[in-house]
Design a protein around this ligand. Structure first.
Ligand SMILES: NC(=O)c1ccc[n+]([C@@H]2O[C@H](COP(=O)([O-])OP(=O)(O)OC[C@H]3O[C@@H](n4cnc5c(N)ncnc54)[C@H](O)[C@@H]3O)[C@@H](O)[C@H]2O)c1
Length: 336
């Protein structure tokens, strides 16, 4: 196989970001799109010049589709992933993988039992500033990591009314969008074992869940961290993140043209950071689709597996439980 042929379930804006990447990438081809919203579907099929379906199970019957992107409301991911694997397709499933541990467990089970690749779309693992930070940390450039700080600050007040599925009480902001910040912390520092969180609701008063959450986490190797999520804040969408090591500190985000690196061995000392130029690309669908296709073609292991996606959900759910109980919560990684 030298090209992965895709069907995309959803014609939303995010789905179109995936479709743009599929069309632009040399190792991928867009075959069809599916959506129950016929207006969106027709427009999309016309833009991309591909076949259209209102029933995703019909699209899955096509033998000339190797892989699907599931970009529908979170509540539908489990069923669509199960059906897609049953139909013999590789799956790129949008984040969060699911909204409950029960769904995550079922999804990990079917993914493990399948010979097809399953990847969870934790797209921040392709954001240039975070990729660079991860490479530097893994190479030991800031010494031994001891504290990580990630955030997801994204004002949702303007999306109220659209996408009613986001108002499901199970879709807490700390999990829905906040899973980006949780996943980034886990990607850098490993899977947290225990979480303590506080939350409030002063901004999105009509939403069913709190809109501001701060979670403190214990990671492996005695690393500790803080994940801040606000879905009502009055500022631009940003994921400002700081990684503290014994020899230096990295400050980066998803919307700035450079990242700051403080290092003990730098001539300029601590007060003047070194500035590394960074491409601004906070939804690097091109990188994500390209990597997924590459791993299918070369039969390489997937980095963000179903297990990884489920672990991120588990850590986010532990924080949500802690904010409700007022107690520290262990993270449940038992997906068997
Ligand atoms: N990676 C990111 O940064 C990012 C950004 C936005 C959204 N997302 C994720 O993408 C997913 C979709 O979010 P969105 O913003 O595109 O939502 P949306 O509400 O804009 O679009 C969802 C689409 O799914 C369609 N749909 C619903 N049920 C369907 C069905 N049974 N069959 C086919 N189509 C169906 C809807 O008609 C709609 O067009 C969610 O999981 C969300 O969390 C990820």
């Amino acid at each position: 196989m030298n090209k992965v042929r895709f069907g995309v379930i959803s014609a939303s804006g995010m789905a179109q970001a995936h479709m743009n990447a599929i069309v632009a990438n040399r190792s991928t081809q867009l075959m069809a799109v599916c959506d129950i919203d016929e207006e969106r579907l027709n427009k999309c099929a016309e833009i991309y010049g591909v076949d259209k379906y209102t029933d995703y199970k019909e699209m899955l019957k096509r033998e000339d589709i190797d892989a699907v992107v599931i970009c529908t409301p979170d509540q539908l991911h489990r069923e669509m992933l199960e059906e897609s694997l049953k139909a013999g397709k590789h799956v790129l499933c949008e984040k969060p993988m699911a909204l409950t541990l029960e769904d995550c467990k079922a999804m990990v089970r079917v993914a493990n039992a399948s010979d097809k690749k399953v990847m969870v779309g934790q797209i921040c693992r392709y954001t240039p500033g975070f990729v660079k930070a991860k490479q530097m940390i893994d190479a030991g450039e800031i010494g031994e990591l001891f504290f990580v700080e990630t955030e997801y600050a994204h004002d949702y007040s303007h999306i109220q009314g659209m996408g009613g599925w986001r108002l499901d009480p199970l879709r807490h902001g700390f999990l829905g969008g906040g899973c980006h910040a949780v996943d980034l912390a886990c990607w850098i520092a490993g899977k947290p074992t225990e979480v303590m969180a506080y939350s409030n609701k002063k901004m999105l008063k009509d939403w069913p869940t709190d809109d501001c959450t701060i979670a403190i986490m214990k990671f492996p190797n005695d690393v500790i961290g803080k994940v801040f999520v606000s879905t009502g804040c009055k500022r631009n969408y940003t994921m400002r993140s700081v990684f503290y090591g014994s020899k230096g500190t990295i400050i980066t985000d998803n919307t700035s043209p450079h990242m700051q690196v403080f290092r003990t061995d730098a001539d300029c000392g601590f007060t003047t950071p070194m500035l590394y130029p960074i491409n601004i690309n906070n939804h690097n669908a091109m990188g994500e689709i390209g990597d997924f296709a590459d791993r299918i073609i070369k039969d390489l292991p997937i980095a963000t597996t179903a297990q990884e996606g489920a672990s991120t959900v588990a850590a986010a759910l532990a924080a949500i439980r802690s904010a409700a109980s007022g107690l520290p919560e262990k993270v449940d990684y038992n997906f068997d």
